[in-house]
Each structure stands twice: as C-alpha cells, then as structure tokens.
Write a protein that binds this ligand. Sequence first.
Ligand code: PGA
Length: 262
Amino acid sequence: MPRPFLFGTNFKMNQTPAESARFYEELTRSVEPPPGVGLFVIPPFTSLAAVMDRRPPGGGGPWVGAQNMHWESEGAYTGEISAPMLLALGVDLVLLGHAERRGHGQETDETLNKKLLAAAAARLRVLFCVGETAAEKGYGVGPETVARQLKIGLHGLDEEFLPRLQIAYEPVWSIGAGGTPAAPGDVAPIAAHLRATLAARFGPAGSDVPILYGGSVTPANAAGFVRLPDVDGLFVGRAAWTVDGYRDVLAAALVARVASRR
Ligand code: PGA
C-alpha cells in the first residue's frame, strides 16, 4: 500500500480557544482532502477542548493534536498534561520532540523515549520530530544526529506501534522566522537515512512509516519537498496559520505530489 500523504500545522504558542475553533471549523468546511491525504492541526492545550467541540458529528475532519505530554499518567507534575487527559478530550495525536522543546532544554532523547512509550501504551498517534542543529550540520553529522534521536526515541517500541507513528524531519536551522529555508537537496539524503534507519530497526514495516518535512515551508517551496521519494507530507508553521495559508500550501503540495507520482 502506498504511504499516506500527511499535511498539518502546529500553532505553537499562538491563538485563543475561539481563534483555533474558528480556524478548525473553516478548514473543515472548506477543504475536502482527496483519498490517501490526511490533514491535522495542532493547537495549544488551551484550545483543544474548543477545537474538539467543532469536530464534525460522527468524527471526521482533520486530526487534532496536542503539542506535548508527560510520560506519567498523573501525579505531582505541575504544569504538565498526561496521555489520559488527552484521550479524555478525544485528541488523535501528540507531537513529541519539537525542536523548540528540545532546544529549551526541556526534552532529551531519554525523556522523549519515555513519552513515546507512554503514548504507545495509550494508543495515541505520535508525530515525532527529529532534526540537526546548524552546528551539527556544519560538522557533517546530520544523518548520525537524526538516527540517534530516532533510535533512542523509539527504543523499546515494537512493530505494533508503527501504524500510529509519523516522523517529522525538521532541521533546527530551518525552523521559524530566523531560519534558513532548506533546499530539497538538503532534505533528500536525511529523509532517505531516516527511512533506512526505520527499516533496519523494524524490517519492512519500518519503511511504511510516513516521514514529513518541516521548516520554513511556503506555497513557493512546498513542491520541491513533496517530490522527494522519501517525503510523505509537510509539517508547516507560520505559512499555515491562516486557513487561506493552510489551503495555499496544501494545494501547491498536492499538485506537485500528484504530478511526481504519475
Ligand atoms: P515554520 O515552523 O514553518 O514556521 O518554520 C515549522 C515548525 O516549527 O514546525
């Protein structure tokens, strides 16, 4: 079976519950993804309940994700959110290992492994981010860095979890307003290395895990990434924070994707 094409955005620390709910409702009303295409939206925790209220009756609509979670299910962890809390809201997905959380020192490969194990036990979908810093790129250790993040993050997980796993390759140097947009030529070898690392770890089922690209994606550069054979979707920040922007990047990606897979 061909891998699905996944597309979504993370609002980071932006938007009130009302703004996120309006975004989700308008997106759901105005975008009908073709077969084999999955959409998702990752608002801040405070918006999750309001967004879930806009879910079309009977489910459907883009997946809704949380930006983080703790590995314990409850306890003395002020300010944290657990998997059972996310499940109680009905969210589909949890984002783990975003560079902005790794970078502030709140996440290590080891704590991310605990979170992935907890998410797998809760049967939550996971969007797991990996990516090298500018310094690591400069030393030529990008492939080793992402493989290490992947291997430690997925340590102890078995094949049964794979249908609920998606990886986002997000080079730290390309993310956000201060980032340098990557070229497809930067992304192709790392995506291929991630695919090979997954296959070496899990066998053929590892090759089916979707790998998304993220970092300064825009309607103008989306096509170059989705044409790459190991890229199965896009994880977009700023360019998709309006419904028009989300639709524009998605449209550019789908046109290029269809043309390249003919
Ligand atoms: P950006 O964010 O598209 O605004 O660079 C991407 C991300 O942080 O996931």
